[in-house]
Design a protein around this ligand. Structure first.
Ligand code: NDP
Ligand code: 2IT
Length: 450
């Protein structure tokens, strides 16, 4: 990480010292600080107010024991986390991730990115994130329920509809949100919009399930239109992952005229040159909670390849990484470039390594960064919060239209900020700068707590 500005350099040194051994967090902070070079050059006030020193330190980090009893009567212990990173523009907001790779570094990188993403949506939401190293794979519904109840028994002391509003992320979907919500209500005797991604029968919003994937495609469509006078029509699309984000990105990409030919999970990827049949994917992943490999067993002509990284060697026009952090590295980027990729837009959080981003940008590939491109999920969570406060429900069309307009707005905020600060076309810088400015102004206005 090379900084020209001495203040940014000093801040990053402190962050490195204070968060040693947290590579994902340092990666996320490094990228944002780099983007802020042209901002600090003209905004001495932010330097004087220590805004950047403050924004890189979470307001609060909660770590707790989650003990639960498995189906064999054996006691299991996991570690739970919630980082309440920044509340300058609204209550903490962000998902919960259940995956064995979860640790403080992963939760802090996600919480940090969430600050800027939420700001970009234009809705009043601060940044937070949480989760546990619990592995949901192979667990029964009852085990998931007992884990979620134990997790919420502690988490409920720290959250609330005007304080901190969690939602889903990897390993947390409608089933888990239901168990978490039930336990919150039981413990607090309160029916409130304390979580988003709720079921439609108890305060959930239409379109929240589809929102991240749909939003990613609305963003990508606008990026193609403005920057290349083009669209999804007739394009070959490769999508990594086969979870919530990947499935609904595939659905909308297909609706917009693209042909999705590949999906993956952590074991391997499938390629179906005729176009992926999403009803089969939904049955495998959403109904049976199975593996993507089963697609090739069910669909003649589809091919399964072991190992997930090879997915980027499939020739495509549009690549949408929708699985996890650092899944697209320099090698993957080079393979995409060699095969003539036109657009990479991130559905997952930080899926591309810094080396991959540099290679793609150098090759002139349109690059839509996660903070902007995947903000549709949390934006629709924000719309769920509004509907809960009003005790009202909008129709599918109403929410979808608002989501579409928010994604188009996010593209233009990022595009315009990049231009204003002298880096036209660089949406990584544009998204970081536009997201930062609103939060920084709010932090400055609210003063420093001595
Ligand atoms: P899901 O749990 O629904 O699906 C995750 C998918 O990614 C699965 O196919 C999973 O495969 C794969 N995956 C997870 N970890 C790895 C890994 N280490 N290596 C390879 N593949 C992996 O999660 P989501 O679809 O909700 O989340 C996907 C990404 O999108 C995450 O980065 C998340 O932070 C981000 N995101 C999610 C939002 C949401 O609203 N849900 C909003 C914005 C961003 P397997 O089954 O083998 O584990
Ligand atoms: O990374 C994300 O933006 C999410 N997992 C969604 C968060 C939310 O509060 O809906």
């Amino acid at each position: 990480m090379e900084f020209q500005n001495q203040y940014l350099k000093d801040v990053y040194e402190t962050v490195k010292k204070r968060n040693a051994g947290e590579p994902e967090f340092l990666q996320a902070v490094g990228e944002v600080l780099e983007s802020l070079e042209p901002v600090v050059a003209v905004r001495k006030d932010f330097v004087e107010e220590g805004v950047i020193d403050r924004i890189v330190e979470p307001e609060r980090m909660i770590t707790f024991r989650v003990s639960w009893v498995d189906d064999n009567g054996k006691v299991q212990v996991n570690r739970g986390y919630r980082v309440q990173f920044n509340s300058a523009i609204g209550p903490y907001k962000g998902g919960l991730r259940l995956h064995p790779s979860v640790n403080a570094s992963v939760i802090k990188f996600l919480g940090f990115e969430q600050i800027f993403k939420n700001s970009l949506t234009g809705l009043p939401m601060g940044g937070g994130k949480g989760g546990s190293d619990f592995d949901p794979k192979g667990k029964s519904d009852r085990e998931i329920m007992r884990f979620c109840q134990s997790f919420m028994t502690e988490l409920c002391k720290h959250i609330g509809p005007d304080t901190d509003v969690p939602a889903g992320d990897i390993g947390v979907g409608a089933r888990e949100i239901g168990y978490l919500f039930g336990q919150y209500k039981r413990l607090r005797n309160e029916f409130t919009g304390v979580l988003t991604g709720k079921g439609l029968t108890y305060g959930g919003s239409l379109v929240r399930t589809e929102a991240t994937g749909y939003g990613l495609c609305y963003f990508t469509e606008e990026m193609l239109k403005v920057m290349k006078n083009d669209s999804f029509k007739g394009k070959t699309v490769v999508i990594s992952g086969s979870g919530n984000v990947a499935i609904y990105a595939a659905e909308k990409a297909t609706e917009l005229g693209g042909k999705v030919i590949a999906l993956s999970d952590s074991n391997g990827y499938i390629c179906d040159k005729d176009g992926i049949k999403l009803d089969i994917v939904k049955d495998i992943k959403e109904v049976k909670r199975g593996r993507i490999k089963e697609y090739a067993e069910r669909v003649p002509g589809a091919v399964y390849t072991e190992g997930c990284k090879g997915i980027w060697t499939i020739p495509c026009d549009i690549a949408l990484p929708c699985a996890t952090q650092n899944e697209l590295d320099a090698e993957g980027a080079e393979a995409l470039i060699k095969n003539g990729v036109m657009v990479v837009a991130e559905g997952a959080n930080m899926p591309s390594t810094p080396e991959a981003i540099a290679a793609l940008q150098k090759a002139g590939v349109l690059f839509g960064p996660a903070k902007a491109a995947n903000a549709g999920g949390v934006a629709t969570s924000g719309l769920e919060m509004s509907q809960n406060s009003m005790r009202y429900s909008w129709t599918f069309e109403e929410v979808d239209k608002k989501l579409h307009d928010i994604m188009v707005g996010i593209f233009h905020s990022a595009f315009d900020a990049a231009k204003t600060y002298g880096h036209e076309g660089n949406l990584v810088m544009g998204a970081n700068i536009a997201g930062f400015l609103k939060v920084a102004e709010a932090m400055k206005a609210q003063g420093i707590a001595y």
